[in-house]
Design a protein around this ligand. Sequence first.
Ligand code: UFG
Length: 341
Amino acid sequence: MKKTVLVSGGAGYIGSHVTVELLQAGYEVVVADNMSNCDSTCFEGVRKITGRDDLKLNIVDFCDKARVEELFSEYKMDALIHFAAFKAVGESVADPLKYYGNNLESFVNVIGAAHRHGLHNILFSSSATVYGQVEDLPVTEKTPRLPATSPYGNTKQICEDILRDCTSAYKDIKGIALRYFNPIGAHPSALIGELPRGVPNNLVPFITQTAVGKRECLSIFGNDYPTPDGTCLRDYIDIVDLAKAHVAAVSRMLDGKMEADYEIFNVGTGRPVSVQELVDTFEKVNGLKLNCKIAPRRDGDVTAIWADTALAGEKLGWKATRELSDTLKSAWEWEKHIAGK
Ligand code: UFG
């Protein structure tokens, strides 16, 4: 009997890639999304990649308790991966109530429904943002979390705590938080990828939109940081590698392999890459020259952060495999695909 995984926010960037990997690994998936931050492009892409024309898109706002209840009554599900949340750092600073309201309420609702309906395995999509600017790099899962620097980051910390407390209070619930570093790239088919609304905040979508001519010039935010080339260091994780980490974590839960009721894993490559190195690599592998300039530092950016990935390697049997060059090629193929080129 196939195990069924509910993917909340399943039509979005990460959710759609995770849905593909779960289906290809032999799981059944219930995709649910309120489509507030995406259209159906990625969901249609998932259907094409997997040949699952019958896959249903359940329109669910996870803040709507009655609708969540209805979903749990309709399907018998074994695990939940919760993505449904707002994710723009700057917007969360400008409108914190939007973030606390949506990101916390939806998570509380879905855990409550899971608890009532006997779904015991919950995976939460957390972020490296919970670490803040730490001194000792790379960060391990034991590195203490510093106070969040944005309401968005705070919702990630609070949701981690909600999950931890629920696993400790309700003995039937098990939880895993995956702390993503910087997810980038697209599926090799170029049928699913990131579709930011408006001007992208993140580096790679801004690069690809500049390359395709949608943006005039890429700004590199600061080249006077205390790093080898003066630009910030991040750990860029390929989206398909990231998606596979979810399959490994879900299997760990469903196969009864967890060693504690609540576990945390970093999901990154373990390799710091500078903004300048990323831009240079993009240009080289795609044979392009980007229009770019050095701009002032961006408020709130940490100088450097990258993951220690030993725990995920040991316990999940997972590690990142895709080369940065291939990931950046996939990001460009996806941008061309959506531009119709
Ligand atoms: N950058 C530029 N120009 C741009 C966009 C970004 O130089 O146009 C630089 C940033 O300054 C940073 C690096 O590229 O040094 C990466 O920036 P992103 O916005 O792509 O990613 P962040 O590391 O800022 O964001 C990540 C996650 C968020 C999370 C945040 C916490 O994507 O979900 O870390 O700081 F909240």
